[in-house]
Design a protein around this ligand. Structure first.
Ligand SMILES: [Zn+2]
Length: 147
């Protein structure tokens, strides 16, 4: 039983590569309204062959759906995951750059490496932390407004 829980948890994990495929498809759909293997390959600077291979597990997991004309769509879950990872990337980059003072380029690299690994709880709490820690924002209100 415990082994199966572990197994299903592992299956739900998103590899770093898979996360980037989902984000790329999401961007293509937003920017041009459609996404084909050619578009993804061009966008990620890889061959169409390796792109097709990498898309297979995502199709199997029903995160990416291909129609009869070879146009790719994201399922609801696929889109959700793409958005979560994208948001994590922004949050982590802000944390490293603005709070820790990491060099901009390095902050971007490290955020990219960790973006698909955060739990939802950590992500939400990190967002709250950054909101309160924003430089230039007054943290302590001198006067409380009551309604
Ligand atoms: Zn990344």
């Amino acid at each position: 039983m415990a082994r199966e829980v572990w197994k299903s948890f592992e299956e739900n994990q998103l590899t770093h590569s898979a996360a980037h495929y989902l984000m790329t498809i999401n961007h293509l759909l937003q920017d041009q309204g459609y996404a084909r293997v050619t578009d993804i390959a061009k966008s990620l600077n890889i061959t169409r062959g390796s792109c097709s291979i990498s898309l297979k597990p995502l199709k199997r997991r029903k995160l990416v759906i291909e129609d009869t004309n070879k146009f790719l769509q994201l399922s609801k879950e696929g889109k959700r995951l793409a958005e979560v990872v994208e948001r994590n990337d922004e949050l982590l980059e802000a944390l490293f750059r603005d709070i820790l003072g990491v060099d901009e380029e390095q902050a971007e690299i490290d955020a990219c490496k960790m973006e698909h690994l955060l739990s939802l709880e950590t992500s939400v709490k990190l967002a709250r932390f950054l909101k309160n820690a924003k430089p230039g924002k007054k943290r302590v209100k001198t006067k409380k407004t009551r309604r």
